[in-house]
Design a protein. Sequence first.
Length: 290
Amino acid sequence: MATITAPPLSPTTSRKRPSLSRASWVTYVVAFALVGVCVGPVIYIIIGGFRTNSEITRDPSGFPSTWQLVNYSEVLKSSIFWRQVSNSVICGVFTTLGVVVLGVAASFVLARYNFWGRNAMYALFAAGLMFPMTVAITPLYILIRGLGLTDNLAGIILPQIAFALPTTIIILVPFLRAIPKELEEAASIDGASRLGFFFRMVIPLSIPGVVTVGILAFIASWNSYLLPLFILNNEGSYTLPLGVQAFAAQYSVDTARVLAFTSLSMIPALVFFSFFERRIIGGLSGAVKG
């Protein structure tokens, strides 16, 4: 019986490794350049807080000769800083709770029930994505002033919930619509009511989407600037974005201290977003698949 032997591999063939194409190299270079453009200013602000004003004036882009901790320590000792941190936390937490509770309830109705006007209501929420707060800031301010909520954190929280609902509903509806109807029928046969099915089955199955919209709502509330600028007048009720602007105006000649205040203001949002980045991507990809 004849045997067939394969030709021996040449040393060049055996050692050949896959190489990146020119297009791949260009992609990596562009990606790293974009990352540098985004991260560079953040690093500059953080490092600038460890320098002195004379060093910043002499060499704006250099590293500190001696790392100064006094700029950060003075900001951390300031009571107004922690008051503004607490205001931002209050706005973020209550905005997130309102967005999650109302968003899940509205999305459940739009995804699981057929009624007249459902598609028009869903289209209305989708149209809300194209309606920025900048356009509505003047009538919104008049409305809030009429309700007596100016210079009040409630005047910030309620509009933020309203403007975050369109994004929340667009993300959650595919999650809730993807839940099999057979599961709802089985729960009904077992004696579960509609509310029982909602709390026992729907909410646990939609946790990835709920976490995603909650994170997005919290970060948007933390970084909100325009609405607090119109609503809040007392420095004691400022949130951190307004606090940074007021601090920079008050200590305009103390650049290093302003950079330290700015760094401490943005670090919580950066850490929060970095920690939950995979949750956000997983939730959004699940919404697209649904």
